[in-house]
Write a protein that binds this ligand. Structure first.
Ligand SMILES: Cc1ncc(COP(=O)(O)O)c(C=O)c1O
Length: 418
């Protein structure tokens, strides 16, 4: 007999307290954070420079600059790549808002490219149609930790003399053809925000192998100056600069977590495999894939509902929320990652970033069209997905993943009751 759904008064499939929060904290974190606290430099201190060195070594980059967010690192990438007023930057139509607003920060114009429904990443076959004489760069977002096929993307970029900025904010440790993300493009950005695979509370890292890009990014990072704290600053704004530096406490936490990152990622992979194993063949579910040559980091395990099969193509998004409510009642920590595709967000539809329609109203900008019919895959994905992060993360193990799979199966087997 079918189990009664928790949302209908039945027992919860996942007892409260089963799924442990992220990130696990141990004595390594306590020691390093306390040592920073007891030190004398709480601003851009010794943990910051050490974090840069260690992260660069871990990822395989020549240069790293620690920042107070992934968004700051993306903005630094836009500037380092020489993008300026009216230059167009290609961005996938489905991502985090700042994958696109980082271009606006420097008066550049985001131009959206639809995603590939299967991978959820930018559709490489649609990039060339979006390129104009004003296009300067592509932001390659490795969404949810699945790498973009970078060899093909870089071939397109070379053909059109474009810079490639990797948004690796979700993709620590992901790799394509055996090479880590963040080492393929001209530069890349990582995030260390609470929910990311490397959590430092908040924070980020700009990485590059190019000394000129490194120098340009440094200038934006700290008040337009050319020297870093501790390097004999002259406190002179040589260019437009922001204040994107990290602080010592956050960097100490990030360094401590970095010592455990490979172990966390291995656990995440085990958990994703257990979840996939437990969900294979469930009618109405589309499972995430790891295409050939890709190493996924499983930052977000994203389920899509096959609404045609479930008979809900017309009310796809509403029905998705009904399924999610039932999943949540069973104890599955699941959420909609982005309910809006990027071009549908008000700042883009209104085409007003800084007032007076800037940067779109700039005489240097070409008119762009954000009509939403151009992004059918992004919209379809946004309407039909739900994602999970915490159950996949350490310290949770495959036993928890199997319980989550059981709960999802329970809901999907009784989906007609919803
Ligand atoms: C794909 C992507 N890009 C950029 C960011 C921005 O990172 P941060 O929140 O550290 O600024 C995020 C964070 O959520 C993200 O998921």
């Amino acid at each position: 007999m079918a189990e009664q759904l928790a949302v209908k008064g039945g027992p919860k499939a996942i007892p409260d307290g089963t799924i442990k929060p992220w990130p696990p904290i141990d004595d390594v974190d306590r020691k390093m954070v306390m040592a920073s606290l007891e030190g004398t430099n709480h601003a851009f201190g010794p943990n910051c420079t050490a974090f840069e060195k260690e992260f660069a070594a871990w990822n395989g980059n020549k240069y790293a600059i620690t920042t107070n967010s992934g968004t700051a690192a993306l903005h630094m990438g836009v500037v380092a790549c020489g993008c300026g007023t009216g230059d167009e930057v290609l961005v996938p139509a489905y991502s985090w808002s700042s994958s696109a607003t980082c271009a606006l920060h420097h008066s550049c114009i985001p131009v959206f490219v639809d995603i590939d429904y299967d991978t959820m990443n930018i559709d490489l076959d649609k990039i060339e149609a979006a390129i104009t004489p004003r296009t300067k760069a592509i932001i390659a977002v490795h969404l949810h930790g699945l790498p973009v096929p970078m060899d093909k993307l870089i071939r397109i970029a070379h053909r059109h003399n474009l810079k490639v900025i990797e948004d690796a904010c979700q993709a620590h440790g992901a790799a394509y053809r055996g090479k880590k993300v963040g080492t393929w493009g001209h530069c890349a950005a990582f995030s260390f925000n609470q929910n990311k695979c490397l959590c430092a509370g908040e924070g980020g890292m700009f990485v590059t192998d190019d000394p000129a890009l490194h120098a340009a990014a440094l200038q934006l990072w700290s008040f337009g100056e050319t020297r870093r704290p501790g390097e004999g600053r002259d406190f002179h704004a040589y260019a437009m600069g922001w204040m994107y530096r990290n602080d010592d406490l956050g960097a100490a936490f990030g360094r401590a977590q970095l010592t455990k990152l490979d172990g966390y990622l291995a656990r995440q992979r085990e958990n994703a495999e257990a979840l996939t194993e437990g969900l294979r063949g469930v009618p109405g579910l589309i499972l995430p894939e790891e295409p050939q040559h890709c190493v996924h980091n499983w930052y977000n395990y994203t389920l899509r509902f096959d609404m045609e099969q479930l008979g809900h193509a017309e009310d796809a998004s509403d029905f998705r929320y009904k399924i999610m409510k039932a999943l949540q009642a069973e104890g599955v920590e699941t959420s909609v990652w982005q309910a809006f595709i990027l071009p549908a967000m008000t700042v883009f539809q209104a085409k007003n970033g800084f007032g007076e329609g800037h940067p779109w109203s700039s005489p240097h900008a070409r008119p762009v069209d954000y009509s939403l019919h151009q992004y059918p895959n992004a919209q379809k994905h946004s309407d039909r997905h739900t994602g999970m992060t915490t159950p996949l993360r350490a310290p949770n193990g495959p036993d928890v993943a199997r319980l989550v799979a059981h709960a999802i199966r329970k809901v999907m087997e009784n989906v007609k009751e919803l």
